[in-house]
Design a protein around this ligand. Structure first.
Ligand code: HAS
Length: 551
């Protein structure tokens, strides 16, 4: 029976669908984590891999499985559960879409994984041409993207149905946020679908023998930057909506939260050139424009920081916290559902500052293609976002499996986050420092082991290996907690926390749900930022970029 009222508990059938996604996500964590440990040890010169396995092969497994598979499956699972919880049980048709999407993504993942393991697709997670993979790798990725569209369609359909049943009312905040992230994802993935289907697949099948490298990189980064906000926004959903409820506080402002999500939709896409600032063939004026737009996409993160500080401070003061920082002590530090994502938020402060350095044109010349950038995304994605995903897991999985997060597991979860932070401080800190000394990314120790300059980098390589090993321990702990919550924890009820806005009389402006306006503006900004430079790239790409022939 169809229900468009918020459920206190996610419907069992929707819960199964969400859990299926989470199972794949955590299998990905196990495989990707192991590959991460292996590659960091190879990179530091501490390990030689047996059976002809190459550094680039394990690096590809690590990047694809953690950056693309874990994230996409976790996000879809979480968003499906969030929509079912806040907008009511999915219809049978919507749930069917969710399952079709899930199986398409799983099949695609298996195809891509087999090709990487056979060393036929050691092309890293960015799969830049002229690195070429087996056609099945590209087909696998295509299925993952198409599957995510089908799963996303279930979320869009649930939103449309809620609006139809509740005319004139703003949609539930979590559903609204899941919808924005789905729209952002669909618009962004058009770029990667275009390069894979029009360029890379025909090239790998031998149907054409050249590939325009600059066009493919540009299409990739049209997708690649919004990809990072597709990862970030589910963490922001938890920070804005779930955390206030967990601490016993309120959402600072519902409208502010919605506005910040809309700004991400508008500004996250037309900024891909900031990954290509050092590339020839793109007019500097257009790079400048996209740098300016990059600074605009920082604004919704600053709004988020402001809103979170306000929620925490108001809650702490209401509990009797005195003085400038007295409120800080009143936060529930013993609750893993809060503390683990909070550590993620803290790490996002230096991580975001690093992003602003990357985006600053001149400073980008210093850090681009150094391991600084790897340090940046281990602090953003692998700390801020991933610790928040772990924090979500601690209540979502028992909620969906009808179990309880016990005191022991809660304690272990906090220990896990502390281990993670220590490991990441070593690893990401050393990456940032070595990057400033010019250490390159995407290269193994053997490729620069003899260079005199490389001697300077060795202590940092060792620190990375130490950090990587500590992080691996963190992964084992996380998998242990996940398995406990999914299969062994005592039966019981765990809450799916959803916060309320502080001011109940706050009227959410309906123009925030005017999708003709927001999608229209999104398309206009994309056309403005990309049309002329893209035509220019196709017509005047520099030698070595246009028509790259592999053999
Ligand atoms: Fe980035 C490269 C610029 C954010 C991920 N980025 C990457 C790559 C990845 C990545 C994966 O402009 C490498 C791609 C590759 O393989 O080549 N990035 C930015 C900017 C931001 C940013 C301006 N990045 C992210 C996020 C990511 C991510 C988020 C993943 C999830 N990035 C770049 C640029 C490059 C780049 C260049 C290309 C570099 C090159 O040359 O190759 C911004 O969105 C960051 C804004 C963030 C803030 C922080 C707000 C803080 C908050 C926390 C508040 C905390 C509280 C706690 C309230 C302004 C919200 C309370 C605290 C108390 C003390 C009580």
């Amino acid at each position: 029976m169809l229900s468009t009222e918020a459920n206190i508990k996610v419907d069992r059938r929707d819960g199964k669908l969400a859990m299926a996604h989470l199972h794949v996500a955590f299998i990905a964590l196990a495989l990707g984590g192991l590959a991460g440990l292996l590659q960091v040890l190879v990179r530091s010169g501490k390990l030689e891999l047996p059976w002809g396995i190459t550094y680039y092969q394990v690096l590809t497994v690590h990047g694809v499985v953690l950056g693309l598979v874990l994230t996409t499956f976790f996000i879809l699972g979480f968003q499906i559960a969030a929509v079912s919880r806040t907008s009511g049980t999915l219809t049978n048709g919507q749930r069917k879409l969710g399952w079709i999407g899930f199986w398409l993504m799983t099949l695609g993942t298996a195809m891509a994984a087999v090709m990487i393991l056979l060393n036929k697709a050691s092309v890293l997670y960015t799969f830049y041409a002229p690195l070429q993979a087996h056609a099945l790798f590209y087909l696998g990725l295509t299925l993952v993207v198409v599957g995510s569209w089908v799963g996303g369609a279930a979320i869009i359909a649930a939103y449309i149905q809620w609006r139809k049943n509740n005319p004139g009312k703003p949609s539930p905040l979590l559903t609204f946020m899941a919808l924005v992230n789905t729209l952002l994802w669909i618009v962004a993935t058009l770029g990667v679908a275009a390069t894979v289907l029009i360029q890379l697949l025909p090239w790998s099948l031998g149907l054409v023998d050249t590939v325009d490298v600059l066009v493919s990189r540009t299409l990739f980064w049209y997708f690649g930057h919004p990809l990072v906000y597709f990862w970030l926004l589910p963490a922001y959903m938890a920070w804005y909506v779930i955390i206030p409820k967990i601490i016993g506080g309120k959402i600072f402002s519902d409208s502010l939260a919605r506005m910040s999500f809309i700004l991400f939709l508008l500004f996250s896409i037309p900024v891909g050139f900031h990954h290509q600032l050092t590339e020839p063939g793109i007019d500097p004026a257009w790079k400048f424009l996209q740098v300016v737009l990059t600074f605009l996409v920082v604004i919704p993160s600053l709004m988020t920081a402001f809103s979170l500080f306000a929620t925490f401070e108001r809650f702490g003061r209401a509990q009797g916290g005195k003085g400038l920082f007295g409120w800080f002590k009143k936060l529930p530090w013993g609750d893993a559902r809060f503390t683990v994502p909070f550590i993620g938020m803290l790490s996002f402060i230096p991580a975001g500052a690093g992003g602003i350095i990357n985006a600053s044109n001149q400073m980008n010349q210093v850090v681009h293609n150094t391991i600084w950038v790897t340090g940046h995304f281990h602090l953003t994605l692998a700390t801020a976002v991933v610790l928040t995903f772990f924090g979500i897991t601690y209540w979502l999985v028992p909620h969906l499996t009808g179990r309880k997060l016990t005191k022991q597991m809660n304690k272990l979860a906090i220990i896990q986050a502390v281990i993670w932070s220590i490991g990441m401080t070593f690893m990401s800190g050393a990456m940032h420092a070595a990057g400033l000394l010019g250490a390159p990314r995407r290269s193994s120790f053997s490729t620069y082991g003899d260079a005199a300059q490389a001697l300077e980098w060795i202590p940092y390589q060792i620190a990375q290996a130490v950090g990587g090993s500590i992080l691996f321990l963190g992964i084992i702990l996380m998998l242990y907690i996940f398995i406990n919550l999914a299969f062994f924890a005592p039966k019981g009820d765990e809450e799916f926390p959803v916060g309320e806005a502080e001011d109940k009389t706050e009227k959410v402006p309906m123009f925030l749900e005017n999708w003709k306006l927001w999608l229209g503006l999104t398309v206009a900004l994309i056309l403005f930022a990309y049309t002329i430079p893209f035509i220019d790239i196709i017509q005047n790409a520099p030698p070595g970029s246009k028509g790259f022939k592999l053999w």
